[in-house]
Design a protein around this ligand. Structure first.
Ligand code: NDP
Length: 293
């Protein structure tokens, strides 16, 4: 193995420690305790695990966690009414709607109903538009995590050839916007891209957000490239399941210059950014300067 392993877990611990300090100071000086509400509809086992991890991280950072478990059969109207109540609740500074939502719920309509000032995931049309226009707003957590991980290897991404594989509204598109803001030369690939292996081989920075286990092979990677693997895929292994990314890690580590592992890369940093966005939202709501963390 030649690649440097980018330790997202250790980076996330440092970030969370800085956030906890800022939260303690906010509550001492201003009596303000940031609060995050997570809405979880249904009983998706993976979602339950994520929500429990997020709530623990919120409490560990000294913030308030208000979780709402909603029945799988909840109606669109009831979910919108719940969001409307949370928008009006002064103790709730940030609202996170856990995906996937039950089939009867229109996710875009739910995101559009969240107060943009509490939109911790940056999924509302207003925050997505602000990001596209280079204006301040709340930015999706996973893309922020990806850029921070890449910048732990390269202090500047300017002029680098960045490839984002995946064009979802929650990862691929906002990640491409952030990379553009970092002055990278950005390409977005997707399921209709012709000759994906050759496209990957041109990338100095390769971001995989596909949702297909180990699809990106070692020989698709440009020697020395930095690889950030967003994918979380459960595959069978030794009688139970194990997590793998969208990149074939063992092969890719022989070719890449630096790579994030799965687990232990983007995942823990995403949770750290949920905390940071909650803190930012609380500061902005009180008219205080945003923390520089
Ligand atoms: P989506 O399913 O919304 O999007 C997947 C994207 O991959 C689509 O744009 C799709 O293209 C593209 N794609 C699918 N198949 C191929 C292919 N054969 N070749 C090229 N592109 C392809 O997924 P998400 O963006 O929500 O998530 C992506 C992955 O990241 C998942 O594994 C998810 O679990 C993980 N994830 C991890 C997070 C973390 O914290 N670590 C947070 C969020 C997600 P098209 O648009 O053409 O269909």
């Amino acid at each position: 193995m030649s690649a440097k392993i980018i330790d997202g877990k250790a980076m996330a611990q440092q970030l969370r420690a800085s956030i906890a300090k800022a939260v303690a100071s906010l509550s001492q000086r201003h009596g303000l305790v940031p609060g995050l509400t997570v809405l979880l509809a249904g009983n998706n086992p993976a979602s339950e695990v994520y929500v429990a991890a997020k709530s623990k991280a919120v409490s560990d950072a000294g913030m308030r966690a208000f979780d709402h478990r909603l029945p799988a059969e909840i109606t669109q109207a009831d979910m919108l009414a719940m969001i409307s109540r949370l928008n009006a609740d002064k103790n709730v500074h940030a609202i996170l709607v856990q995906l996937p939502l039950p089939a009867q719920i229109d996710a875009n309509a739910i995101f559009a109903a969240v107060d943009p000032a509490k939109d911790v995931d940056g999924f509302t049309p207003l925050n997505a538009g602000r990001l596209a226009m280079g204006m301040r707003g709340l930015v999706p957590c996973t893309p922020l995590a990806c850029v921070r991980l890449a910048k732990s290897v390269h202090s500047s991404l300017a002029g680098m050839a960045a490839l984002v594989v995946g064009r979802s509204n929650i990862v691929g598109k906002p990640l491409a916007q952030l990379l553009l803001a970092e002055n990278a030369t950005v390409t977005i690939a997707h399921s209709k891209t012709k000759d994906l292996p050759a496209t990957c081989r041109r990338a100095d920075l390769l971001f995989a957000a596909i949702g297909r286990a180990e699809m990106i092979r070692g020989d698709w990677i440009k020697p020395g490239a930095t690889v950030i693997d967003v994918g979380i895929n459960r595959v069978p292994g030794n009688g139970k399941t194990r997590l793998v990314g969208d990149v074939a890690f063992a092969e890719a580590s022989e070719i890449a210059g630096a790579i994030t592992p799965v687990p232990g890369g983007v995942g823990p940093m995403t949770i750290a950014y949920v905390l940071l966005n909650t803190l930012r939202a609380a500061c902005v709501s009180a008219g205080l300067p945003e923390p520089q963390i």
